[in-house]
Design a protein around this ligand. Structure first.
Ligand code: C2E
Ligand code: CA
Ligand code: CA
Length: 719
């Protein structure tokens, strides 16, 4: 029946124009039932059956004439209330409709499920059209449609969509990992699982944009798929990670396939005009009895072995890896008990002044002594503990022990020096680290200057919060050492942004000594740090020549095998016992400090510098080693002998008298009037067959609170 005829039949003149639309008409055509009611009068006036039966009849309802009564009975008897649309609207239909109309709503839709007389579940959409009749009474025109079939179809489509979503990778449109696992399991043939990763892939995303990155991933996927056989499988896991299954047991063949995939992947960079990237692979054999996840995690382990090695781009998971993993698991399991049994020992590596060779400090380095007496070095367990978070406990243990030990030594009257403690970058991520360390410090009753904290440069570069953590550490009074400076990512910026007390120059920079570019780098790094008022320690110093060089460029302390390896506590205690301060030591310190004040007045670029205690006739310190200072050292640092040696061996005859007079100890002491004046002479010397002009400037001074007369001398070549 067409809408118009229907309306005519119902004698509904006032139906607003919009209701005459096609949609309403088609709904009418497929309706289960339609009724027309006067809402204000609460009266069902007509019931029309377009399709099937009358609702009242079909549901064996007695015909009530009241709209509200009908709705109530219908709702109570048929509708499944727990379904997605609660049918409560039917329970107070009059209010619902009136309320809607008062808010200018002309149409209401409700969807609900019901069980029909045959206990069949049906999904119904009930539509109420609202309008006023000629008497200005609210009327409704209600159409019920059975949408069960439509909904079922939608549900099936939706399920298929979900299924697809669960098995398809959104970037490549190919298999995802779940799909991969199911397919490989279904195949049920042993083979190789391979993981694929790309060095520095994030460069693409950051330099070329995410969409280029996605495009690249898609190309890699296509490349992998084109290189594997029909019995093989592959999937994109996430980011730049892929997984491949090869259905072969032939290791050589697996290797060949990997090499081929690698080569084609590398060609993609040129094709897509992106920076050259290097894939690398981890390979593990898979027998059908092990879980694919396990095999995959083994490939990742294998891959990690070559993570820092650009020469090799694939690695197999081997027997020894299994052993290592078992060992690591064992270490994790043993950790707590070992800590309690005090199996973690602290070794001390002393740091010395390159010039005076006096003890300046030490670094605490952990060792694990197993119950069989073997000593495990930290490289074997620190990375593992950094991975599983145990490092936080270990670092704290070391810090607490060093604090307590320093206090004991101090109380025993030993002349203790600062012992720096390493704090892993992982430990730094824990929010309350500074408070915890501060509490330990307070409990140990030791001053923070005796337990500086070493943080690594990589922590400083990677951890965004480091600046604030460093600040908080600093504010809490801790002394901070920046460890391993120059290894990996050097950040000169961190020198400026972090509140640092000491810069520790890594062994890799120290090993540059002997190479002129390397030496310049070192020299400038030290100069920059000193300029910023930061103390410099060099690490990994193994040779006399390195010590001399570092001393010459102004390094303050030296840590390395040249002076001492890390030693167990009893040995360090002996070193501490020998570290007694004599009066001469104290004087020397005062003298060196005083020189620092007058030095600026003189040439910074002097080749050699000497500090002389004229009263005692000794050389206190010298920067820049010359043959005659070496001779002087042999002669017990005797100043007069040193001058004589120099005059004999280097000064040209014409200048000898003047040189000797200028440096005559007795004359200098007698003529000293207490004021700081600089005197200069020029002379010629012969050194290694070269004759050159030299400028010698001297300044006499009395170090504060002493009666000693000292001299600072700087010697520069002038042509
Ligand atoms: P690090 O902090 O850079 O410590 C210096 C390392 O260089 C020590 O290795 C030391 O023995 C070694 N070394 C010192 N002088 C020389 C030398 O002249 N030549 C050579 N070749 N090596 C030298 P060690 O004791 O094996 O420690 C290795 C690393 O383990 C440390 O490097 C540090 O990063 C970490 N570590 C040690 N103890 C702890 C700790 O308590 N907590 C944390 N988080 N890390 C620690
Ligand atoms: Ca360190
Ligand atoms: Ca270091």
């Amino acid at each position: 029946m067409a809408l118009k005829e229907l309306l005519d039949e119902l004698k509904i003149p006032n139906l607003p124009q919009t209701f005459g639309d096609l949609c309403l008409e088609s709904t009418l055509k497929t309706a289960l039932s339609v009724f027309y009611a006067n809402v204000d009068k609460d009266l069902i006036e007509h019931e029309i059956f377009c399709k099937g039966d009358s609702v009242t009849k079909a549901f064996r309802l007695t015909v009530p004439h009241k709209l509200s009564e009908f709705c109530l009975i219908y709702s109570k008897n048929y509708i499944i209330a727990k379904d997605k649309t609660t049918p409560s609207f039917l329970d107070n239909i009059l209010e619902v409709l009136k309320d809607a109309y008062s808010k200018d709503v002309n149409e209401l839709f409700f969807e609900y499920s019901l069980l029909d007389n045959f206990k069949q579940k049906k999904t119904i959409v009930q539509r109420f059209v609202l309008f006023k009749n000629d008497n200005n009474e609210l009327c409704t025109f209600s159409i019920l449609n059975d949408v069960s079939i439509v909904r079922q179809k939608q549900e099936a489509e939706y399920n298929e969509y979900l299924q697809n979503l669960a098995y398809t990778d959104p970037v490549t449109g190919g298999n995802n990992y779940t799909c991969f696992k199911e397919k490989v399991k279904e195949n049920n043939k042993p083979g190789f699982i391979i993981c694929v990763d790309i060095h520095n892939f994030k460069v693409i995303n950051t330099t070329c944009g995410i969409s280029k990155g996605d495009e690249y991933i898609k190309k890699i996927w296509e490349c992998i798929v084109s290189m594997i056989g029909p019995d093989d499988e592959a999937a994109h896991i996430n980011a730049d990670h892929f997984v491949i299954y090869l259905s072969t047991l032939d290791e050589a063949q697996a290797e060949r396939t990997v090499k081929n995939i690698s080569m084609s992947m590398m060609l993609l960079s040129a094709e897509l005009n992106v920076p050259q990237l290097h894939p690398y692979f981890g390979i593990s054999s898979w027998d059908t009895t092990t879980k694919i996840e396990l095999a995959y995690s083994q490939t990742v382990e294998a891959k990690h072995k070559i993570h820092n090695n650009l020469q090799e781009n694939f690695a197999f998971f081997t027997e020894s890896d299994t052993k290592r993993l078992i060992q690591e698991k064992q270490m994790e399991d043993d950790f707590e008990a070992s800590l309690a049994k005090k199996e973690f020992l602290i070794y001390y590596q002393p740091k010395y002044s390159p010039s005076t060779r006096k003890l300046m400090g030490a670094e605490a380095l952990i060792r694990w002594q197993k119950s069989d007496g073997t000593i495990v070095p930290p490289g074997m367990f620190i990375p593992l503990f950094e991975n599983n978070g145990l490092i936080k406990q270990l670092d704290e243990y070391v810090f607490r022990n060093v604090c307590q030990q320093q206090k004991i030594w101090k109380d025993e009257g030993l002349n203790i020096v600062p012992v720096s403690v390493n704090v892993s970058r992982v430990s730094l991520y824990y929010k309350n680290i500074v408070e915890r360390y501060k509490r330990i410090l307070e409990e140990s009753e030791i001053s923070s200057e005796y337990v500086p904290i070493e943080i690594t440069e990589s922590a400083a570069v990677n951890n965004k919060d480091i600046q604030s953590i460093a600040q908080v550490f600093h504010d809490a009074g801790f002394h901070l050492h920046l460890d391993d400076f120059g290894s990996g990512y050097s950040s000169l910026a961190s020198l400026n942004t972090l509140h640092l007390d000491t810069l520790k120059i890594d062994k890799s920079l120290v090993d540059f000594i002997g190479n002129s570019n390397g030496e310049r780098l070192l020299e400038h790094t030290v100069a920059l740090a000193k300029d910023l008022g930061i103390h410099v320690t060099a690490e990994g110093v193994e040779e006399e020549a390195q010590n001399r060089y570092l001393w010459h460029i102004g390094c303050d302390s030296i840590q390395g095998y040249y002076f001492s390896k890390p030693v167990p506590q009893p040995d360090y205690e002996k070193i501490l016992e020998e570290n007694k301060l004599t009066q001469a030591d104290k004087n020397m310190e005062i003298i060196i400090n005083s020189v620092a004040k007058i030095k600026h007045a003189l040439s910074k670029k002097s080749t050699y510098e000497y500090i002389v205690n004229l009263t005692d006739n000794t050389l206190v310190d010298y920067i820049g080693i010359s043959d005659w200072t070496e001779q002087a050292v042999k002669d017990g640092n005797n100043y007069e002998t040193a001058v004589e040696f120099a005059a004999q061996n280097f000064i040209l005859d014409d200048f000898k008298q003047m040189f000797n007079d200028f440096l005559d100890r007795n004359a200098l002491i007698q003529n000293f009037d207490g004021s700081t004046k600089t005197k200069t002479i020029y002379f010629r010397r012969k050194f290694k067959e070269n004759i050159s002009w030299m400028k010698l400037s001297t300044t006499l001074f009395k170090p504060q609170d002493t009666d000693i007369i000292c001299m600072y001398a700087s010697l520069t070549q002038v042509d």
